[in-house]
Design a protein around this ligand. Structure first.
Ligand code: NAD
Length: 476
């Protein structure tokens, strides 16, 4: 049986812990028990990491594409070999079902293999010159990257944050979430074991605002990559602006799902219920606001409640668990607050709306309907296992509701009418749109939002290019 590992930072290739540093208790959200003590960086640790990242960049920017690709492919192979252990560790520290954690790891495997191929597809351009000049446009790695990854995908978020800079030829200092450090360290170890020089990628943990201010105000760092809430994203973007850093910001969402009367309602329900309670709803692209055409509203709502009531909640390490606990005590508190506020405003609660059990951070799969648009939950990302189902009349009103919020990460629509599908694909203000499907990503597809959901993309060729700058060279 997998043991939860000891915890450390990796700075200049050294595993750093102890030494009187402050620590952070890592808690298993299924039991509430402390399973590890994480060392937190002091200023001197961060200075050492910065000095190392500067050296790592000098080294890695010159590394041949074949070497960068070999490291990524090797790490992908090692992740496959270590998949069961890594997935169990992710479940222990984050709570999601083991099968979900394993799928998340498989996404890293696919992404590292795709990025490995991209290393030799970073083409430039030669401009047409009739005067004997030679003018070329080149992509060059941007420089050392500071990358901050949240806790909801403890393996996948660090994989995205590490894979792109390494493919591009950058160095990277990763601060993964303090709540899920061992998964991130496991992914990083696969890269080291595949031959990545230890100056190129490092892992620090700390008080988030101390670490981010220290790194982002250093002249060494040239890019910020952040995944997390819009509030923190705006805060970090302001700090990054003072140093004119390039930024990739993957922020919050409030996923609208438009369901039309001409859709295959059973297929929509089967897909949406699975998507809603995946990772206990703690997913930035989670389907959240169900905007249902009034002639199928009751059928959809009742079908949703029936399916949601059968979701098996439990410890993610137990066979048959479909939904684990929420990742930390802040989330059930937020659920109680948001669902309570919605009920006070007149919303109907059909299922859940309460914590489960007397240990850990479990919350019941929940369904609300007829929620007034001024309820907090209709405006603030719930990031939890709650579906919000409202009836609307006609396509224009449904699109207006989908676009009402300042978020624009993922939007979904269910309709059997081809012309309507085309209109929706064009009208929805969102970085990603799923039509009759909730599959909106893939190693080769850009993942990212518009409006307050951020800017820039991860994954796809765009993910690597986001870690590069252009240089135009004109030779006489
Ligand atoms: P939070 O907003 O404080 O933290 C979100 C993430 O940002 C965490 O990983 C945290 O370590 C990091 N963070 C916070 N302050 C930071 C700083 N100054 N510098 C660098 N990193 C910092 O709160 P939370 O309770 O962890 O999450 C609350 C909300 O965040 C959720 O409701 C959800 O809206 C959002 N969130 C989004 C994602 C996503 O995938 N987009 C992931 C996790 C959380």
């Amino acid at each position: 049986m997998t043991q939860y590992p000891s915890l450390y930072m990796v700075i200049d290739g050294e595993q750093v812990s102890g030494g009187g540093r402050r620590t952070f208790p890592v808690v298993n959200p299924a039991t509430g028990e402390t399973i590890g003590e994480l060392p937190l960086a002091e200023a001197a640790d961060l200075d050492r990491a910065l000095e190392t990242a500067a050296r790592g960049f000098k080294l890695w920017r010159k590394a041949p594409a074949a070497q960068r690709a070999a490291v990524l492919q090797g790490a992908a192979r090692l992740m496959l070999e270590r998949a069961d252990d890594l997935a169990r560790i992710a479940t222990m520290e984050q709570g999601k079902p083991f099968g979900e954690a394993k799928l998340e790891l498989m996404m890293n495997v696919g992404l590292f293999n795709f990025y490995a191929g991209e290393c030799s597809r970073i083409y430039g351009r030669e401009l047409v010159r009739d005067d004997g000049f030679r003018s070329t446009v080149r992509h060059e790695p941007v420089g050392p990257v500071a990358a901050f990854a949240p806790w909801n995908f403890p393996l996948g978020n660090p994989g995205r944050k590490l894979g792109a800079p390494i493919a591009a030829g950058c160095s990277v200092i990763l601060k993964a979430a303090e709540e899920t450090p061992a998964s991130a360290l496991g992914v990083l170890q696969c890269l080291y074991d595949a031959g990545l020089p230890k100056e190129v990628a490092q892992a620090v943990f700390g008080v988030p605002d101390e670490v981010s201010r220290h790194l982002l105000t250093s002249p060494v760092i040239r890019k910020l990559s952040f995944t997390g809430s819009t509030v923190i994203g705006k805060h970090l973007a302001k700090i990054a602006a003072d140093n004119m850093l390039r930024t990739t910001m993957e922020l919050g969402g409030h996923g609208p799902v438009l369901v039309f009367g001409d859709a295959d309602i059973d297929k929509a329900l089967d897909t949406a219920v699975g998507g809603k309670y995946r990772n206990a709803g703690q997913v930035c692209v989670s389907p959240t606001r169900f905007i249902v055409e009034e002639n199928v509203f009751e059928k959809f709502r009742d079908g949703f409640v029936e399916r949601a009531s059968k979701v098996k909640v439990g410890n993610g390490l137990e066979d048959g668990t479909q939904m684990g606990p929420m990742a930390n005590p802040r989330r059930p508190e937020a659920m109680d607050r948001l669902i309570g506020n919605a009920k006070d405003k007149g919303a109907k609660l059909h299922l859940g709306g309460e914590r489960l059990g007397n240990q850990g951070f479990f919350y019941a799969p929940s369904v609300l309907s007829e929620i007034p648009l001024d309820a907090d939950i209709m405006n603030e990302e719930p990031f939890g296992p709650v579906a919000l189902i409202n009836p609307f009349k006609g396509e224009d009103a449904m699109i207006a509701e989908a676009n009402r919020l300042p978020y624009g990460l993922a939007a979904y629509a269910w309709s059997g009418d081809y012309q309507r599908q085309r209109r929706l694909a064009s009208e929805l203000e969102s970085g990603m749109v799923g039509i009759n499907s909730h599959m909106i990503g893939g190693a080769d597809a850009p993942f990212g939002g518009v409006k307050w959901s951020g800017h820039g993309s991860e994954d796809g060729p765009e993910g690597v290019l986001a870690c590069m700058v252009l240089k135009a060279v004109h030779e006489g």
